[in-house]
Design a protein around this ligand. Structure first.
Ligand SMILES: Cc1cc2nc3c(=O)[nH]c(=O)nc-3n(C[C@H](O)[C@H](O)[C@H](O)COP(=O)(O)OP(=O)(O)OC[C@H]3O[C@@H](n4cnc5c(N)ncnc54)[C@H](O)[C@@H]3O)c2cc1C
Length: 370
C-alpha cells in the first residue's frame, strides 16, 4: 500500500486525526481540495473553546466536548497555540429566564462542565455594562486561533499534505482502498491506503457516497445551515470582557445570537441560524442588523442599531434528519457495512473545533478495535 492512513480534509478535525494517528502510523496522507489547511468550516466560526454545557446527557457531543476542552487547553499550552480563557456568562433577565437558566446549569454540570450560578450583583462586578438578573459563569470557556491550531496539528504529525487535490473516487480493494484524486491542474492519479478517514466537513456525505456508502439510507445527508456575524462599531467593541450568551429558549435554533471575542478582545455578535441551499454563499445581508439588534438589546443595553456592521459568516454541516431534534456527531467505523477501516465523520458542526482532539482519539480507538 502507498499509505497506511489517508485522511480526506485538512480542517481542524482531519488534522487532529493526523496528529493522533501519528502515534501508530508512519505513512499518513492528508488530501485537501483547497490550497492549504483550514480553508473550510474550521476557518469560519466563533473559535470558542466550549465547556460542554448544552448537549444532551450521554450524547457524543457532550462527551467529546468536555474531554476535548481539557485536551485542547493542554495542546495549546504545550505547542504555543494562541488562545485565551476569557470565561463566559449565560445571562437571564427576569424569573422566566432564570428558571431556564437552572435547567441549563443542571444539564451542564451533569455533562461534567464546571459551572457557577451568579447573582445580579456578582454579574455587575464582572461586567458592569450588561443587563442580567442572574447568570451562569463558565470558567473554562475560551477562544482559540483555529488557523494556528490546525497548522500545529499537521506540523506535529507524520502526515504529508496534498493540497489543491480533490478526492473524486474511492474503490474498495484487497486490504484497503484505492483513492482517485484530481489536482487543480486537472491531472488525475490514484494511490492505495489501508485506512481511510472521511473528514470532509460540508461534503462528508458526498465523500461517504463516493466510498460506496448509501448516504441517504444511513441518514448521513447534510443540509447547509449558515450563521452570520456582525461587528460592533462606534467605539463600543470593548465594553465586555468575556463571552456573553442569552439563555437558550424553547424551540430556539442554535444558542441565540451572543457575544464572542477575538483574541484581541474585540466583540462580535452571532451567529444566527439560516438554512440555505447547498452552495457556499458567505454574503451577510446588512439588513439583518435589525434582527441582531432585537436579539441582544435586552442584555446589551449599550448597543444601538447603527453600531452593527456585517462581518463574516460560516456554514454548519447539519444532519438533514435532525433539523428539529438536537443532532449528534456521527463517528462511524464502517466494517458492519462491509467497509473495514473506513471511518466516516459526519455532521461535525459545533463544538467540532473544541472536540477535535477527542474526536481524533475516538477515531484511533475505533480503528484499533478492528
Ligand atoms: C458558524 C459556526 C460557528 C461555529 N462555532 C464553533 C465554536 O465556537 N466552537 C467550536 O468548537 N466549533 C464551532 N463550530 C464548528 C467547527 O467550526 C467545526 O466543527 C469544525 O471546524 C469542523 O472541522 P472539519 O475539519 O470537520 O471541517 P472543515 O474545516 O470544513 O474541513 C473539511 C475539509 O475537507 C475538504 N474537502 C471536502 N471535500 C473534499 C474532497 N472531495 N477532497 C479533498 N478535500 C475535501 C474541505 O475543503 C475542507 O477543508 C462552528 C461552526 C460554524 C459554521
Amino acid at each position: 500500500m502507498d499509505f497506511q492512513v489517508t485522511i480526506i480534509g485538512a480542517g481542524a478535525v482531519g488534522c487532529a486525526v493526523a496528529y493522533e494517528l501519528s502515534q501508530d502510523y508512519e505513512t499518513i496522507a492528508v488530501i485537501e481540495k483547497e490550497e492549504g489547511v483550514c480553508r473550510g468550516v474550521s476557518s469560519r466560526n466563533s473559535e470558542v473553546i466550549h465547556a460542554g454545557i448544552y448537549y444532551p446527557k450521554d450524547s457524543l457531543k457532550a462527551k467529546v466536548c468536555v474531554e476535548g476542552n481539557r485536551l485542547l487547553y493542554d495542546f495549546c499550552q504545550t505547542n504555543d497555540v494562541p488562545h485565551k480563557k476569557y470565561t463566559k456568562l449565560i445571562v437571564a433577565n427576569g424569573s422566566e429566564e432564570e428558571s431556564l437558566l437552572e435547567g441549563i446549569y443542571q444539564r451542564g454540570t451533569e455533562n461534567g462542565a464546571e459551572l457557577q450560578i451568579f447573582t445580579q450583583s456578582e454579574v455587575r462586578k464582572l461586567e458592569p455594562n450588561i443587563n442580567a438578573t442572574a447568570a451562569i459563569f463558565s470558567p473554562n470557556t475560551g477562544i482559540i486561533d483555529s488557523h494556528s491550531l490546525t497548522d500545529a496539528y499537521l506540523h506535529k504529525s507524520n502526515a504529508e499534505l496534498f493540497a489543491h487535490t480533490k478526492v473524486i473516487g474511492v474503490e474498495k480493494i484487497e486490504g484497503g482502498y484505492e483513492v482517485i484524486v484530481r489536482e487543480h491542474t486537472g491531472e488525475e492519479f490514484s494511490f492505495t491506503t489501508e485506512i481511510l478517514v472521511n473528514s470532509a466537513g460540508l461534503y462528508c456525505d458526498e465523500v461517504a457516497k463516493l466510498c460506496g456508502i448509501d448516504s441517504e439510507k444511513e441518514k448521513y445527508t447534510l443540509v447547509f445551515c449558515k450563521g452570520d456575524y456582525f461587528s460592533v462599531q462606534n467605539g463600543k467593541n470593548k465594553l465586555v470582557s468575556r463571552l456573553i450568551y442569552p439563555v437558550v429558549k424553547k424551540n430556539f435554533k442554535g444558542l441565540g445570537v451572543h457575544v464572542t471575542l477575538s483574541l484581541g478582545g474585540e466583540m462580535r455578535l452571532g451567529p444566527d441560524v439560516e438554512f440555505i441551499s447547498k452552495e457556499e454563499n458567505y454574503y451577510v445581508n446588512p439588513s439583518k442588523s435589525a434582527e441582531f439588534y432585537e436579539a441582544v438589546k435586552s442584555f446589551l443595553p449599550f448597543v444601538e442599531p447603527q453600531d452593527l456592521a456585517p462581518e463574516m459568516s460560516g456554514i454548519r454541516p447539519k444532519l438533514a434528519s435532525h433539523i428539529e431534534a438536537p443532532p449528534d456527531f456521527i463517528v462511524s467505523e464502517e466494517s458492519e457495512k462491509g467497509f473495514k477501516n473506513l471511518v466516516n465523520l459526519i455532521g461535525i458542526e459545533s463544538p467540532g473545533l473544541t472536540s477535535s482532539l477527542a474526536i481524533a482519539k475516538l477515531v484511533r480507538e475505533k480503528i484499533g478495535k478492528q
